[in-house]
Design a protein around this ligand. Structure first.
Ligand code: GTP
Ligand code: MG
Length: 395
């Protein structure tokens, strides 16, 4: 499917930049337009691919191009004040050629975490196409302010978008490596996982159309209904030249490659079945229990000779059992690359330990705020009283 991507804040801009790179490398055709919004001029200048005219600096009057320093309330205020400048850039998007907006942001800082929900709300008021969010959670070692920002922003962002796709930095740093040092790899993982998924609805003209190709409406339907989504992925190398089908099988076999009988078909089906299990039970972009997911979409990608309907059907059935969902869609994404992969979008997941912890943090912060407020009101009263007491003798 075709997306208009808007990266908000530094992480958001970098990830959208990387999506453009992915699009080029893989010929996926998913990024129709790309915009970056930031309060920090240096971050915007550091981007590689997003066109200059699509880099929007906001909050100049308030922070003079230096960022909001992880103050997400300031990030939200600045976004509201300068929303017209963002809209000017959005005006250049041919929205009739776009299936959805994707607003990308790191939830731990100030600009993206404060601004992304503001922008999502604004876009939803104006446009009829879906507005999705891609929210990146901070590592737990980044410190309290980042966790607190994420806790606050997450709740607002989920409410404002049609679906919030989540990637948790915390679960993706490799052992012994700081998140800081690992962003390049992490960002590659992000664009690959979400790229395969969105690319599925975008089979180019001239590419071989398999029996059950995924359509962008299936992605949209899986995401509709809102909530939080996570993505599982597993792949296996295959030999392109030694593939079982090829041109000849099309004339002799009749089933469009892969065949539904014979040993090769059985191998193909078995490979798909285990890839589906690995994808669902391995590391998700946001780790959670897959049981209880409201909807799911299974995308099998690779050379069409290595895909078959039986594999997809089996994978779908298995996912229905594991998630308990009645709404599991599935299909092909034929690509001539030496790799077969299973991507699973789990939408409306509920059993997510990380989110529960974040909600707890938000509640505690709220209580603390009330305590602090009550305390400072008391202090103020004392002060006023003290002052009057002190002042009394003078009069
Ligand atoms: N995956 C990923 N996460 C990142 C990257 N850069 C930053 N982050 C995460 O995103 C969070 C927010 O950082 P930024 O995006 O720099 O913050 P910002 O939105 O620019 O806000 P301010 O810098 O406070 O104005 C951090 O706490 C990190 O967890 C990146 O390149 N990739
Ligand atoms: Mg920044």
């Amino acid at each position: 499917m075709k997306l208009a991507m808007i990266g908000f804040g530094q992480a958001g801009g970098k990830v959208v930049d990387r999506f453009l790179d992915y699009d080029d490398r893989t010929n996926s055709g998913i990024v129709r337009s790309a915009i970056a919004v930031n309060t920090a001029k240096a971050d915007l200048m550091g981007l590689d691919r997003i066109p200059q005219e699509n880099r929007v600096l906001i909050g100049q009057a308030r922070v003079k191009g230096h960022g909001v320093g992880a103050d997400n309330e300031l990030g939200a205020e600045v976004a509201e004040e300068d929303i017209d400048e963002v809209q000017n850039a959005v005006d250049s998007i041919p929205t009739h050629e776009v299936d959805a907006f994707l607003v990308v942001a790191g939830m731990g800082g100030g600009t993206g975490s404060g601004g992304a929900p503001v922008l999502a709300k604004h876009l939803k008021r104006i446009y009829t196409i879906p507005v999705y969010g891609l929210g990146i959670l901070p590592g737990t070692d980044e410190g309290g302010i980042y966790t607190l920002n994420a806790a606050r922003s997450f709740q607002t962002f989920v409410r404002e978008v049609d679906n919030l796709l989540v990637f948790d930095n915390d679960s993706w740093r490799s052992a012994g490596e700081s998140v800081e040092g690992g962003y390049s790899q992490i960002n590659e993982e992000i664009v690959r996982r979400f790229g395969v998924l969105f690319g599925a609805g975008e089979v180019q003209a001239g590419q071989e159309v398999a029996e059950s190709v995924v359509d962008s409406s299936e992605i949209i339907n899986t995401l509709s209904g809102g909530g939080v989504s996570t993505v599982g992925y597993a792949s296996e190398e295959v030999d392109l030249t030694a593939s079982s089908g090829g041109l000849l099988s099309k004339f002799t076999g009749g089933s469009g490659g892969g065949g539904d009988d014979g040993l090769d078909a059985a191998n193909t089906t078995n490979r798909i079945t285990s890839l589906v299990r690995k994808a669902a039970l391995g590391r998700l972009t946001l780790p959670c229990e897959i049981d209880g997911a409201e909807r799911a979409l299974l995308v099998l990608s690779g050379p069409s000779d290595h895909l078959n309907r039986k594999g997809i059907e089996r994978g779908r059935k298995w996912l229905e059992e594991e998630t308990g969902s009645m709404e599991v869609r599935g299909g092909d994404y034929p690509r001539e690359i030496p790799e077969v992969s299973a991507s699973i979008l789990l939408s409306g997941v509920t059993n997510v330990p990380r989110i529960k912890r974040l909600q707890q943090v938000a509640i505690e912060a709220q209580d603390n705020m009330e305590d602090i407020q009550a305390e400072s009101e008391d202090n103020l009263e004392d002060l006023v009283q003290d002052d009057t007491e002190d002042l009394e003798p003078l009069f």
